[in-house]
Design a protein around this ligand. Structure first.
Ligand SMILES: NC(=O)c1ccc[n+]([C@@H]2O[C@H](COP(=O)([O-])OP(=O)(O)OC[C@H]3O[C@@H](n4cnc5c(N)ncnc54)[C@H](O)[C@@H]3O)[C@@H](O)[C@H]2O)c1
Length: 501
């Protein structure tokens, strides 16, 4: 018996004659996955460039970019998990609306997108280029196991300065948590009183659907988005119960333990036609049942796990090593953090979920099967240590052992003293606005997984059968090219031959 890893980084166990046979099998599978992916990308490129896959020019040179409905009315943001990230996001939006602060870190608010040639001088702001909801149109609700309103929860989280929170107090106090769907078995380190009761998981889903309808009515929102900012749940493998809507509903009625609370929120949202983004590493919407529901109800989905601190750095540095063909013998990453997220991750079950999400990154970027001499023997370790004195101000250390010309070793040390929720809040804002855009786009709303939003995730969801793109700059190009495509603009390839004409 030996293990092999497929192009998505999944481990398989199979009988092989020897280790070399296992490796050969892995290489062949990876090559097949790459070929499959290349064929899909060619088809997509043909669709967007007006050339058919057989190479013939389509009669109309302009790609069909579909239609985008205008962002009219209010956009309701529903957040399961009103902790540090959620409150930093909502308080931040209100502070920005009042002119008290700037939306630093948000692509939708501060970013631009280049259009046409470098010589054209056209670089509109993203929010002026595609029709996004304005910050003034956002309204909020949430669920939590604690009864604290957003002002109390933000004060407890200790991320934002109390002088800012005092100015926002009336607004933040008005956002009160609805009773949560929660089960201590999936998040071992916390428990709280504000929890729904129901005989079966299906009953609980029905109660969440009532909450969604109630919020739609009382807030007057014309559109809704759900954003999971709840704690990381224990590790669960996809199983038969998750394979179809039918099996999932049966499992909910039977209170199957493989149905975690976050999945019940996802089911309720998608049944109501509401897009769902997952900021934690739990499977949640990364399951066949959710893809089926998402497509059927035209409710876009994306995830998993916000890409904020250490992994952000990893997906910037690793592509540089690979681009320059520098080898990697080891990458040791450790963190100390003292917020509630850190406490939850102190439990081995929740840590395992996070670890899986963090570990896939290097394998996918460096492709050891393609570059065995450079990355075939790399050792990758990730640790998270709960250390209360630091609160939300995490410290992430990386020790990176690389090697260059003739195999000579070198080291890089990264010490990122970051603020977790300050990095996560603009991601939440962008995801809310882009998922709402996807829902209004005739081209995107029926796709299910919104892979163009990989930019924001540690463990990006993809179309089934594809391996994820982790390289931050590929992700950024993919996102901006999707926006260009939606607006019928030329995609930017950086070929640059046109400048020699
Ligand atoms: N901050 C970051 O940089 C970052 C990065 C990536 C992922 N994340 C993930 O985002 C999530 C939120 O992070 P945080 O720092 O705000 O954590 P937090 O502990 O401050 O907040 C999570 C909240 O979720 C609530 N909760 C747990 N289960 C729930 C349920 N079933 N229903 C409703 N509420 C529930 C908890 O009571 C808590 O208030 C975590 O899963 C974390 O791993 C955070």
């Amino acid at each position: 018996m030996a293990d092999w890893w497929d192009a998505d980084g999944r481990r398989h166990r199979k009988q092989f004659a020897n280790a070399a046979a296992a490796r050969e099998h892995e290489h062949r599978e990876t090559a097949l996955a790459h070929a499959d992916r290349a064929a899909r990308e060619m088809k997509l490129a043909a669709r967007t460039s007006g050339v058919t896959s057989s190479g013939k020019k389509r009669s109309s040179a302009k790609a069909d970019t579909g239609t985008i409905e205008p962002a009219k009315g209010k956009l309701g943001v529903m957040i399961p998990g009103m902790g540090a990230v959620a409150t930093t996001f909502v308080a931040g939006v209100e502070a920005i609306r009042r002119g008290l602060a700037k939306p630093i870190g948000s692509l939708t608010q501060m970013g631009t997108v280049r259009l046409g040639k470098r010589t054209d001088g056209r670089s509109p702001k993203v929010k002026e280029f595609v029709p996004l909801a304005g910050l003034d149109d956002l309204v909020f609700t949430g669920w939590d196991i604690f009864e604290d309103n957003m002002y109390e929860a933000a004060s407890n989280a200790g991320v934002l300065d109390y002088r800012l929170l005092e100015q926002l107090k009336p607004f933040l106090s008005s956002v009160k948590p609805r009773a949560a769907v929660f089960d201590h078995n999936y998040v071992k380190k916390i428990d709280g009183p504000n929890v729904k009761k129901g005989k079966t998981k299906m009953d609980l889903a029905e109660q969440l659907r009532d909450d969604i309808r109630d919020f739609r009515k009382t807030s007057g929102a014309s559109r809704l988005v759900t954003m999971w900012c709840g704690s990381t749940e224990s590790y669960i493998e996809p199983s038969a119960a998750h394979q179809s809507v039918k099996s999932f509903e049966k499992a909910m009625r039977e209170n199957d333990e493989l149905i975690a609370p976050s999945m019940i929120y996802a089911y309720a949202s998608l049944m109501e036609g509401v897009p769902f983004a997952n900021g934690a590493p739990n499977l949640t919407v990364d399951l066949p049942v959710m893809l089926e529901l998402s497509r059927r109800n035209e409710a876009p989905i994306c995830g998993k796990d916000f890409k904020t601190g250490q992994t952000l750095m990893k997906t910037v540095l690793a592509p540089a090593f690979k681009a320059r063909l520098l080898g990697l013998s080891g990458w040791y990453s450790t963190n100390i953090l003292g917020n509630r997220d850190g406490e939850v991750l102190d439990d081995p079950g929740s840590f395992k979920t996070k670890e899986e999400s963090k570990l896939g990154v290097l394998e996918h970027i460096l492709q050891p099967a393609l570059y065995p001499e450079l990355y075939g023997n790399m050792y990758h370790k990730v640790r998270i240590n709960y250390y209360p004195p630091r609160g939300d101000n995490k410290e992430g250390w990386d020790n990176i052992d690389i090697f260059g010309w003739l195999g000579y070793p070198m080291q890089i040390k990264v010490d990122f003293l970051c603020r977790d929720s300050i990095l996560a809040a603009p991601i939440v804002l962008d995801l809310v606005l882009f998922l709402d855009l996807a829902k209004r786009s005739s081209q995107l709303r029926g796709l299910g997984v919104q892979e163009w939003l990989s930019f924001y995730f540690k463990s990006p969801m993809t179309v089934p059968g594809l391996y994820p793109e982790h390289d931050l700059f590929i992700q950024s190009m993919k996102l901006k090219n999707t926006l260009r495509h939606l607006k019928g603009e030329d995609l930017i390839t950086h070929l640059g031959l046109e400048y020699y004409d």
